[in-house]
Design a protein around this ligand. Structure first.
Ligand code: SF4
Length: 233
């Protein structure tokens, strides 16, 4: 099917989810957008990502890494892209960074299984773990936006500068804007340090990255409690 035919089909069906058997109608060319509302659930999106070649990262991946955790979570965490472990297992944040992230969440009584959904800006591993290019981020962004729409989190934590820029467009250094709340599309977002950065800077002293992360995660816990209590009344 030509790209133009795909576009015409989308022009007529943007409000209705594509059925799981109609993946050949979903644009695989990055210049053709994937309209909001395309996927009825994360499983459909995951199936499609495994065959996606909207950017060159699709040529070198082992597995597309879509997400893990509670698909109805109140908190979504967005990282940069899969590393080697993630590429091999098809799951985000499964290496040492993931273990540290789980510890940080556990400190404020949050678990990935119950409270959090984790994903990345790009779903396929950039070679040599390089930063994804703007074109790769743009090609993969419709999937990220669909995941946000489907999970519908109250709070989005943006780990590192690539995630902050991809979602909010802000280009400030993460050290300048971490711990601040940014409203985006009616949701609360907070930039935080990437766990990999904390592994490289393990000192727990006051004012150091690990200490700052502790402040941030406590602020997130407090905001979540406040939000949940406001919606339960
Ligand atoms: S990174 Fe995203 S857009 Fe690129 S091939 Fe993988 S799933 Fe498709």
């Amino acid at each position: 099917m030509s790209p133009e035919s795909q576009l015409n089909i989308f022009g007529q069906t943007t409000s209705e989810p594509i059925s799981a058997t109609n993946f050949d109608l979903i644009p695989t060319i990055s210049t053709i957008p994937i309209p909001p509302g395309t996927y009825g659930n994360i499983a459909q999106l995951t199936t499609h990502c495994q065959t996606c070649h909207r950017c060159e990262l699709g040529n070198t991946r082992i597995k597309a890494v879509v997400g893990r955790g509670n698909e109805n979570a109140s908190i979504m965490i967005v990282g940069e892209g899969p590393g080697q472990n993630e590429d091999e297992q098809g799951l985000p944040f499964v290496g040492r960074s993931g273990q540290l992230l789980e510890k940080i969440l556990a400190a404020v009584k949050l678990t990935i299984e119950d409270d959090v959904y984790i994903c990345n800006v790009v779903r396929c591993r950039p070679p040599e773990n390089r930063v994804p290019t703007p074109a790769e981020v743009a090609a993969c962004k419709p999937y990220l936006l669909e995941q946000i729409r489907l999970v519908n989190p109250k709070i989005i934590l943006l780990t590192g500068a690539t995630a902050v820029k991809a979602i909010t467009g802000k280009k400030e250094a993460i050290s300048k804007i971490r711990g601040t709340w940014i409203e985006w599309e009616g949701r609360l977002c907070m930039p935080i340090f990437h766990p990999a950065y904390l592994l490289r800077n393990p000192a727990p002293d006051v004012g150091k990255p690990k200490w700052l992360m502790w402040q941030d995660i406590q602020a997130v816990r407090a905001k979540l409690d406040e939000t949940l209590s406001a919606t339960s009344h």
